[in-house]
Design a protein around this ligand. Structure first.
Ligand SMILES: [Zn+2]
Length: 367
């Protein structure tokens, strides 16, 4: 039981900037909430950790680290059916997690209250999956995580936006987002943990999130580019994913343009899709997501000039601000976005991004 170990366990650092998602705060769990059978949602491991089982009555495979979040697909007795970051299906006792049920499916757009928005932020890569490495040695996984945390922090309070300049100000015109989830959770290993693509998308699917944004930076441009060569991939046949991508491209160009760099890019930079000749989505995040999802490739970490920008807090904040403005416009307006391009069929094979055989769920330290 979680309560027997709380006196000997150190809590993970809980930033004061965490959004108001009570169930996602391991310091204040509400364990044992009993949802209806078949409910989906997300479960956060309560203080002291939680045992993961392969089957009812089976052996404990690991005592999962407090603060970890798992998508929930259903219930079996007093247990939730969850998916681990290693993409394994497991059971966890309802008494050892805090459960947040999915919101009802609802379309976003003009008139939607941002206070009801459910947003999943996905910092690309993590753990042994570094993503691209810049000429400075800076790793994409670390930059992506820092930017995602900045987005989370902006979303956690209300703001006013000067839409003429893009400046994000203190104010109350836009409420704090209702729920903000990050696929690499705070707590274990500084959130530098391995996570499968099925896990990342299942979290968004299980919550009926309004948007899933996977945050990345790019490599392998075609050559020099006039201004930032930002790319945002959307789901091929999903109009809302496409709209979100177009809005993100607009806000990235607005936010990154004032920075000085020897920009590089691809000839088809902008909001685009990537499909094979048979029409299949190339990227697992976009293929597996049942909610509007995009992959943001802000700038080229492979380019020394843009790698240097990504090393600065000012640029990382500009990236986060662009994501925030795009989310506000996506969820509270019908703006269509722009910058759409028609890429040719894709024939290369990207790395799977899947968890390795060595993937392990971070364990709760012995008390
Ligand atoms: Zn990446």
């Amino acid at each position: 039981m979680a309560t027997t170990t709380t006196t000997t366990t150190t809590l993970p650092p809980t930033p004061t900037t965490l959004p108001e998602v009570p169930a996602a705060d391991p310091a204040a769990p509400a364990p044992g909430q009993v949802p209806l059978a078949g409910s989906s949602g997300a479960a956060v491991v309560a203080r002291g950790g939680a045992d993961l089982l392969e089957e009812l009555g089976g052996d404990v495979l690991v005592r999962a680290h407090e603060g970890l979040v798992f998508p929930v697909s259903g219930r079996r007795g007093d247990f939730f059916e969850v998916l681990t970051p290693c993409n394994d299906s497991r059971l966890v006792a309802a008494s050892e997690v805090a459960f947040t049920p999915a919101v009802p499916l609802s379309p976003v757009g003009e008139g939607f209250d941002f206070a009801n928005a459910v947003i999943v932020l996905d910092p690309g890569h993590g753990g042994p999956n570094f993503g691209a490495t810049g000429p400075s040695g800076q790793r994409e996984k670390d930059v992506n995580l820092d930017i995602a945390r900045r987005v989370r922090d902006i979303l956690s309070t209300s703001h006013t936006i000067n839409w003429a300049t893009g400046e994000i100000l203190d104010g109350t015109a836009i409420a704090a987002a209702g729920q903000v989830w990050v696929t690499r959770t705070e707590g274990p290993e500084g959130a530098d943990i391995e996570s499968g693509l099925t896990f990342r998308t299942s979290l968004a699917n299980s919550l009926n999130a309004h948007a899933l944004i996977s945050i990345h930076n790019n490599a392998a441009p075609d050559g020099p580019y006039e201004g930032p060569g930002s790319e945002v991939y959307h789901q091929y046949l999903d109009d809302e994913s496409k709209r979100l991508a177009g809005l993100l491209v607009e806000e990235m160009r607005r936010g990154f343009g004032p920075f000085d760099a020897d920009w590089v890019g691809a000839l088809d930079a902008g909001a685009k899709f990537r499909v094979r000749e048979n029409g299949d989505e190339v990227y697992g995040i976009l293929r597996r997501s049942e909610v509007p999802a995009v992959i943001a490739e802000g700038v080229y970490i492979s380019n020394p000039s843009e790698d240097a920008l990504l090393g600065t807090p000012e640029f990382r904040q500009a990236y986060a601000d662009a994501v925030y403005r795009a989310l506000v416009r996506f969820i509270t307006t019908n703006d269509p976005g722009s910058g759409f391009t028609e890429p040719p069929p894709y024939t290369a094979t990207p790395s799977s991004g899947g968890p390795r055989d060595t993937c392990r769920v971070p364990a709760q330290p012995e008390g």
